[in-house]
Write a protein of this length. Structure first.
Lengths: 982, 499
């Protein structure tokens, strides 16, 4: 397709040249000259057509984007056009030197990267969302995932945590499985399970394939959606252009948790334990230590990106280097990364092009052991950081095995993770016959990750100490290669455009892990696993009469994870589209610039589970001890399932695309229904089975359905251009079947019972527990209401859900879902007189969050959240919302209940940015073609209902989402930077 | 042009077919899969050894196990610092419910042992090997399966009786079988084991510690005692006693030293060894010593399972040498010469001396101590108890007095009047003497709770120990772990009053 477009461009160039030749014969009176540039990047546009309106007189721009024209008079109007940009009409009004900035035309010629090719947006039959580089760059982060948050309808990103360098959890159109629900990443043609190595500033565009028609080409791993990342490529026929972008910022914690101070703690302690001797006068203790001050700090972040883009002889290249440094808002944490990239393409022969996209990344992640966030939350404020002798205070005097977080920061900070990664592709495109292209693409991913942890000998207390200095090393090596061969037939007939693709691919992954302590290999410390995949693919795209679109595809995949006989999966898709506005009967209407309807259906698969789910792997090192020595032992302790096969998702999508008001307003709306069945899940099994691991089974069915809406407004008026954007998506997630001899999956054990229950008719991982109706005020009430039998005044009064007049575990019920039913984002941008201003919001609603951290500490002698001080029950009539502090009653009052469940909705000012681009004439003397100064803020404002640091908890499994286990909090960032092109 | 297309197509197909043959057949490198296991005699031995390994696991013999044996009984309190492991305190105080994670630990631990045993019992007979060895290996696994069920049935009552490796369609379909069926299964396994297991001296030296014929007889005797089949119990106990293979060690405290491991008094021990290691827990180690070790100075462990006031009061003479051999007090000098320092975080610290081990290679995690599960004194006392129940009081006395004499003789200096021989022949009175002897002789050896249940005396003993939450009719059985009830949609019924 790229090829086709370049033909189009060449044709246009040829016509323009012809026109110029013809008009050159006419005598000229006025000489007009100028440049044509990209309004967004400032880059020169080569080969743009500049034509005098109503005439055939015109010119095309040269390698520097410059043109000159001779005109009869300077009162004419020029029409400037360029592939992929909106035509621009410029009245000369006497000017003879013009600088024309062209806005990329989102509507007519937008090119979208799809699986194994590119397509014009107007030809798409599938649902594909796109983000361009400038939208990604506004978020200062190491992770492309985090930069995607709130950018594309139907794509829901939850930051893994606020830890420096952390990635995100991406869910495309809901959580489609009980298994690994992460999408597939395709970076410049390389299929990967994550894109953590990608420097967001190297990204040209990100396409998210949402429906089955779009993802079917990645049938084997498309069930959870596909994210295609295309990095910046070299420009053709252009001298080297250097770009330096550097920024510096400060991050802060967004908010402190309201925890009780020393005086309040002492009061609560006395009430909780009945011990009145320890703190005879609680009020005298005052504020005490705010441990959040001890562990949190303002942390700097810095970024430097240098890139060179251009062509050398026929080699088009883009070379970039980046340094990113993000210190963490928790002391002693930080992330440091260098990335380098070379993308190049070279035409060896007229019909043979070879190229490569090569990236290297090395990062260092510093973290701190001991769970300092948890201990800062738990440690009572009556302790100081150090005691009178200058040693770290031992906080165990309440009998709680608590750690002093300051001591952990001091002793356990020599912990880091070094990640080195090479990812690249090498490809050749051989246009061996008219209409036919053979492409061979070899990709590789080589990762080496080393985790190092040294802990010196130290002692703060019997529960916070280390006897012997210990060094632990954990190394992971991953080698992955992919080889894809495709043959494309691409031909434009009179009334038919046809593109047919057939191919074969193979991929192999080898994972090796080695774990040592003090250089000694640990039990089962070395592990190697492999998987391999082989696929055949076929797709045809046909466009009849420029308006009837048909796509059909089939992919066959074999996965090494499954046993012979269950190994191959077949994934077909079909889609149709209708460009109504192209119909002859629409020719005279002025309202619709585009009116397109499309519908797709398809089946895609997912094999993501452990590498050998069908094989019973014998565990060794199960030593028996006889006669004071050991004998080797081995047996099967992890059961397997030989019959396991593909998880499959069937998706239907119906979409409408509209463009009105000369393309200024565009609307895209999609309804989708994705039904996932044979879900690969390691469902919990009873312990009497005796298996140490849970075998993987094809089980369960989940449906996600909903709407995606994208609305954009874009307008340029003279030197002012502005845009407004709005996305909204809904997800209705429902478990349709569990397919087992059981009706529910209980998970997320908090020590007080399971917190989530997955059951037919409800969302995955819905919260499950008791409903609190109030607090028992007196014995009379206890008599009156159903109870467990041992309730006392001050206890929570739980609802008798099943109405049997007695409370039991049968009275637990559904308490809400952690999956938002609605996610939305809106943005606004304006560029005028050199200034640019952008603002992005992101929000979710309809989800719940479980405050597990409070359940787990509420009634032990820990610090307490301030709400307990403010609202606790201390006697009849004092509170009907928070139970008494009585330690004896904690088991009753910390049952999983709606008391601990909060609204997870939030609205966040994701980014705000102000930039100023210096006028060119200021810079020309110093060899700089463009310079922009900017300031930005990230996450500066969040309106959240949840009482914790931040409300996003991606969770370790789909059953344990939205649970606050004291994650590393999100930060807000203030940043300024300079972007110079020379 | 057509030829070029054809060529490309052929090339694609060739590369595809060339790779396809074995490309998708993947085995974990360097690892064995089940279809290639149980092929050799070595593998048959390894699979049997793996059953033993499970009995050293944290689930089987550490906090959960001590919680539902000693701590739940009147022998011991939770120990350690007050707020460490609240679920154990709940067990101590009968404040638990079905979600207590230590019930899941022992339930899980012993069912995993059963699964390993089932796999060996099913597959070892298929291995082409020396039939004597093959039968012995199956016998060992049957004993270990029986021992697991023997513990589980006393804790939980009715149980799913799993005697083969379950297939995936059977995972959720099991139900609890009557206690009599569980007993029958244990009895069958032990009878099978008795038929094939060798005597201890028949094992080669490197296999010292494997289960023996006498171990199976002893466990069967214990089962008969549980079933109140005293006639059968008597026969088995006397069989062991009259075999002459076992005797008491001269000095009581020596039973629990490293030299006493697998000694003349030992009938069945869970074997552990501390090999030099730089790992936290070496390959033959157990956590049993660590979780009960002195907490503080010297720092030997976590300090759980604190001998109770009630236990101290139960010795008929405070100079009974068994008391000092059972309980470590603050200020005591340990056998290695170190002195236990006060620990301000623990109120009146005490520790289980029978779990004490001297310094050994590696750290605390690398515990070397064997756990004395069945020893000769236990069998002597069971013999006495069975004979007395069979109205043979006079015949019971020598066995009871043999135990008392050894205790008496263990005193460093002769003490006149210490633990005199019992001469009572009244059945009821003698029963009390035997019960009391059994308690102090086997104190802190995880026997007490089972004895109380067997004697029907849990309620009175708990009352006497001040455990006022004990509810007769409920707390004699532990609840089936709530997760297990939930996972089976209640197909596993909960024990009474735990819902």
């Amino acid at each position: 397709m790229k090829h086709l477009l370049s033909i189009l461009a060449r044709k246009r160039m040829f016509l323009s040249a012809l026109a110029l030749l013809l008009t050159g014969l006419v005598s000229a009176q006025v000489r007009i000259s100028g440049t044509v540039t990209d309004a967004e990047t400032g880059e020169a546009l080569i080969g743009a057509s500049v034509r005098v309106q109503g005439t055939t007189n015109g010119a095309i721009t040269d390698f520097n984007g410059a043109f000159s024209l001779s005109l009869p008079d300077a009162g004419a109007t020029l029409v400037v056009s360029y592939t992929g940009y909106a035509d621009q009409t410029v009245p000369l009004a006497g000017q003879t030197t013009l600088n024309i900035a062209m806005a990329p035309n989102a509507l007519i010629e937008e090119i979208v990267v799809v699986g194994y090719g590119v397509q014009k947006k107007s030809d798409l039959t599938g649902s594909v969302g796109t983000v361009k580089s400038k939208d990604i760059e506004r978020i200062p982060t190491a992770s492309v995932d985090q930069a995607l948050q709130g950018k594309i309808a139907g794509v829901y990103v939850t930051p893994a945590s606020g830890e420096p360098g952390a990635g995100g959890t991406v869910r495309i159109r809901g959580t489609g499985t009980l298994n690994d629900a992460n999408p597939l990443y395709v970076v410049d043609g390389m299929l990967l399970d994550n894109a953590s190595f990608v420097n967001p500033q190297d990204v040209q565009s990100i396409e998210v394939l949402k429906d089955a028609s779009a993802t079917a080409m990645y049938g084997n791993r498309g069930a959870n959606g596909v994210i295609i990342i295309t990095t910046k490529k070299g420009s053709k026929d252009r001298k080297a252009v250097f770009n330096l972008n550097t920024s510096y910022g400060i991050q802060q914690i967004d908010r402190y948790l309201p925890l009780s101070n020393a005086a309040q703690f002492a009061q609560l302690y006395t009430e909780s334990t009945g011990d009145t001797t320890r703190f005879p006068d609680p009020a005298a203790l005052g504020e005490g230590t705010n441990w959040q001050d001890v562990i949190f700090r303002d942390a700097p972040m810095a970024n430097v990106q240098l890139s060179v883009n251009g062509s050398w002889k026929k080699l088009q290249y883009n070379l970039s280097g980046n340094y990113f440094n993000q210190q963490g808002i928790v002391e002693e944490t930080g992330f440091d990364r260098y990335t380098g990239r070379f993308n190049g393409e070279y035409p060896v022969l007229k019909n043979l092009r070879v190229g490569t996209n090569l990236a290297y990344s090395t990062s260092l992640n510093n973290s701190v052991g001991g769970g300092v966030i948890g201990s800062a939350y738990r440690i009572p404020p009556v302790f100081s950081v150090r005691d009178s002798t200058g040693d770290f205070t031992d906080p165990t005097s309440f009998g709680q095995a608590l750690g002093n977080p300051a001591a952990d920061l001091f002793y356990k900070n020599d912990q880091h993770q070094r990640r080195n990664r090479w990812v690249g592709t090498v490809y050749g495109d051989y246009n061996f016959a008219k209409y036919f292209t053979f492409r061979s693409n070899f990709g590789f991913d080589r990762r080496n990750e080393r985790e190092y942890y040294f802990e010196p000998a130290f002692e703060v207390s019997t529960s916070q100490r280390n006897e012997i200095p210990r060094t632990s090393r954990d190394s992971i090596t991953i080698r992955n290669w992919l080889w894809e061969n495709t043959l494309t037939y691409d031909r434009e007939f009179d009334k038919l455009y046809l593109n047919v693709l057939a191919g074969q691919t193979a991929q192999e992954n080898r994972f090796k892990r080695r774990n040592t302590i003090d250089n000694v290999l640990q039990p089962n410390g070395e592990r190697i696993t492999e998987w391999a995949m082989m696929s055949f693919l076929f797709r045809t795209n046909a466009t009849f009469y420029d308006r009837y679109l048909v796509t059909a595809s089939l992919r066959a995949d074999g996965s090494s994870r499954f046993a012979k006989g269950n190994r191959w999966g077949y994934f077909p898709s079909a889609a149709v589209g209708w460009n109504v506005a192209q119909e002859p009967f629409m020719a005279n209407q002025k309202i619709f610039d585009r009116l397109k309807l499309r519908a797709s259906w398809g089946i895609v698969g997912n094999d993501k589970t452990s590498e050998y789910p069908s094989l019973g792997v014998i565990t060794d090192e199960l030593y028996s001890s006889f006669n004071d020595t050991v004998q080797s032992g081995a047996t099967l302790i992890n059961y397997s399932n030989a019959g396991v096969t593909w998880e499959t998702a069937r998706q239907t999508d119906v979409g409408l695309e509209l463009a009105v008001l000369n393309g200024r307003l565009t609307v895209e709306a999609d309804w989708y229904n994705r039904f996932t069945f044979d879900i690969l899940a390691d469902l919990p099994i009873p312990e009497y089975v005796g298996s140490q691991a849970t075998p993987v089974v094809n089980s369960a069915q989940v449906r996600n359905r909903g709407w995606d809406f994208t609305v954009n407004w874009r307008e340029t008026k003279g030197k002012v251009s502005y845009n407004l954007g709005f996305i909204l998506s809904t997800v209705d997630n429902e478990v349709m079947n569990l397919n087992q001899a059981k009706s529910e999956i209980l998970a997320a054990d908090l020590g007080q019972g399971f917190a989530t229950r997955t059951v037919v008719g409800q969302p995955i991982g819905g919260f499950y527990g008791y409903k609190v109706e109030g607090v028992f005020q007196n014995e009379d009430e206890i008599e009156k209401y159903p109870t467990f039998g041992d309730e006392q005044p001050g206890d929570f009064r739980y609802a008798d859900i099943n109405g049997d007049s007695i409370l039991s575990s049968e009275d637990r019920t559904y308490l809400g879902s952690p999956i938002p039913t609605l996610t939305y984002g809106f943005s606004a941008g304006i560029e005028a007189y050199g200034f640019d201003f952008n603002i992005d919001f992101f929000g979710v609603s309809g989800n719940k969050v479980l405050n597990a951290k409070a359940i787990q500490t509420r009634f032990a002698v820990n610090n307490w959240e301030q709400v307990f001080y403010d609202d606790r029950w201390t006697g009849e009539g004092t509170s009907n919302t928070v139970a008494s502090m009585d330690q004896e009653r904690f088991k009753h009052n910390t049952r999983v209940s709606d008391h601990w469940i909060e609204d997870g909705s939030f609205l966040r000012l994701r980014s705000i940015m102000l930039g100023y681009t210096f006028p060119k004439n200021w810079l020309s003397g110093i060899g700089v073609s463009r310079a922009r100064l900017y300031a930005s803020g990230t996450n500066l404002w969040t309106r959240q209902e949840y009482s914790g640091w931040s409300p996003e908890f991606p969770g370790s499994s789909p059953y344990a989402v939205g649970i606050d286990f004291l994650n590393y909090p999100m930060s807000k960032t203030y940043l300024f930077g300079l972007d110079v092109t020379f | 042009m057509k030829s070029k297309i054809l060529l490309s197509a052929v090339l694609i197909l060739l590369t595809a077919n060339a790779c396809q043959k074995d490309f998708l057949d993947r085995q974990p490198p360097g690892e064995l899969t089940f279809d290639k296991f149980f092929q050799t005699p070595e593998q048959a031995i390894e699979a049997t050894n793996a059953v033993y390994e499970q009995f050293r696991s944290f689930d089987c013999i550490a906090l959960g196990y001590l919680g539902v044996t000693d701590i739940i009984s009147d022998d011991a309190d939770k120990g350690s610092i007050p707020d460490d492991q609240p679920p154990l305190a709940d067990i101590d105080n009968f404040a638990f419910d079905a979600s207590n994670n230590y019930f899941s630990a022992v339930y899980r631990g012993y069912y995993r042992a059963i699964a390993r045993a089932n796999l060996a019992i099913e597959n070892v007979p298929k291995v082409d090997m020396d039939p004597t060895l093959r039968d012995r290996l199956v016998g060992e696994s049957k004993f270990l399966r029986a021992y697991s069920y023997f513990l589980l049935v006393q804790w939980f009552g009715k149980l799913p009786v799993i005697t083969k490796t379950l297939q995936s369609d059977e995972y959720y379909a099991q139900t609890r079988q009557p206690v009599s069926d569980v007993y029958a299964q244990i009895e069958q396994d032990l009878k099978d084991a008795i038929n094939v297991l060798p005597h201890k001296e028949e094992y080669p030296a490197q296999d010292k510690g494997r289960v023996t014929k006498a171990a199976a007889q002893a466990l069967l005797a214990k089962l008969y005692m549980l079933e109140k089949d005293y006639a059968q119990a008597e026969i088995l106990c006397l069989d062991i006693i009259n075999s002459g293979r076992y005797d008491l060690m001269p000095k009581y405290s020596d039973v629990f030293t490293q030299a006493g491991e697998n000694g003349i008094e030992s009938i069945f021990e869970i074997q552990a060894v501390a090999l030099p290691t730089q790992q936290s827990a070496g390959p033959g180690s157990s956590p049993y010593n660590m979780v009960q070790g002195v907490r503080g100075v010297p720092n030997l462990g976590w300090g759980f399972n604190r001998p109770s006031d009630n236990l101290i009061a139960s010795y008929e003479n405070s100079l009974d040498p068994r008391r000092k051999a059972t309980i470590i007090y603050e200020g005591d000098q340990l056998p290695d010469g170190t002195v236990v320092q006060p620990n301000p975080q623990i109120f009146q610290p005490r520790y289980n001396k029978k779990a004490w081990v001297p310094s050994h290679p590696g750290l605390q995690d690398n515990g070397p101590g064997n756990i004395r599960v069945i020893r000769y004194a236990d069998i002597l006392l069971l013999a006495a108890e069975a004979l007395n129940e069979n109205n043979k009081a006079a015949e019971a006395l020598p066995y009871l007095n043999k135990v008392r004499k050894r205790a008496r003789d263990s005193s460093p200096v002769p003490l006149p009047g210490l633990l005199p021989d019992v001469t009572i022949t009244d059945q009821t009175q003698l029963r009390e003497r035997i019960y009391r002897e059994r308690r102090v002789e086997l104190a802190m050896e995880q026997q007490r709770w089972f004895d109380l249940l067997r004697w029907g005396r849990a309620a009175t003993a708990m009352q006497a120990a001040g455990k006022v939450n004990f509810t007769p009719g409920k707390h004699e059985l532990l609840p089936i772990p709530q997760t297990e009830v939930d996972l089976t949609d209640g197909r596993l019924e909960q024990n009474p009053f735990y819902n």
